[in-house]
Design a protein around this ligand. Sequence first.
Ligand code: ZN
Length: 250
Amino acid sequence: MANKINVTIWNEFTHEKSNAAAKAIYPKGIHACIRDFLADDPDLNITLAALDDPDQGLPDEVLNNTDVLLWWGHMRHGDVDDSLVARIRQRVYARGMGFMPLHSAHHSKPFRSILGTNGDHSWGDCQKTIVWNIFPSHPIAAGVPDYIILEDEEMYGEPFFIPPPDELVFVNWYEFGNIYRSGCCWHRGLGKIFFFQPGHETCRAFHNPGVQRVIRNGIHWCAPTELGTPVPASCRHIREHISEIAPDKY
Ligand code: ZN
């Protein structure tokens, strides 16, 4: 492709420093693990960001050059600045930045703000999980098998309080009987959002080739759509209008 996709992988990066089990599985952090398995994709230009970095990892020069933002957070959602959340939402809505909340990012401020929901769901212990590919023709399912077996993953169950996904690509089955909409796509403004459930910090999901393929596909799907040249007519200000009404009115 002509232009690489600028991907920023944002991680709270707290469990992997304080929890021995998480540190053993993700010694460099979840964000670095994701970067490493994406390293052979020539279309991606990857930046890492963490909550404790200056400007919480996303100063203007990083966020304003990000095409797809991955987000992993859990125990410190409340520490994320509301002003940063507004900037993220603005960039999704008005600039078409893709947003990929992973696992416990269902409770993150950006997820809630962009989708307009609390993101609550039922929850349970880690157990055997099957991620069913229910939309094989979808771009995010490309090359993904009929199902992905995770021997140990945290249970996230229905009801999951989200707006009905525009496209539902994966559904989870859990050993103890629960189900969950685990791969959900939405469109907001000019941007695309893909939520994917696997990724508990003390489980090994990000080392699973099927999960890795889904994340890679998700980034490509979430990348901003190339926009046509505005026509020199009275309606040409549509996109300028979209950018002008944000962020206060969203
Ligand atoms: Zn978890």
